[in-house]
Design a protein around this ligand. Sequence first.
Ligand code: AMP
Length: 137
Amino acid sequence: MTEKTLMLIKPDGVQRAKVGEIIQRIENKGYQIINMKMVTPTRALLDLHYAEHVDKPYYPALVDYMTSGPVVVMIGEGTNIVAGWRTLMGETNPTKAAPGTIRGDLGREWPQEAMMNVVHGSDSIVSAQREISLWFN
Ligand code: AMP
């Protein structure tokens, strides 16, 4: 089934100049990027995007991380892309993410409280629709 998902290259990915490599991995996989822009997210947008994290102890650090610079925001399209993009990203903690995945190859843990993990992907079709409308209203 053809799906859309929201893909972010987070501030650490942009600052460490991994944009080209990440886009190449998306394109090598065969997914289409059907919309793309660069923005520095606002706190208001992040409160909506991360609605299920706002009460977590690491949330203030997560906001500091995500507002520390521009992110690349993309809509990806392809068959089963929601699950496929999460497989390409690897698991949340970059120390545990398998080699071969974006987080496993390009990420590591740093001293900051918020886990800096290079990329984001929607976790379901419903989340993807919600996140795409938030970031591309
Ligand atoms: P997720 O929507 O699951 O990707 O989680 C949002 C983001 O919050 C993650 O990508 C991490 O950057 C951060 N995060 C999630 N869980 C933790 C945690 N236990 N400690 C610190 N940061 C976290």
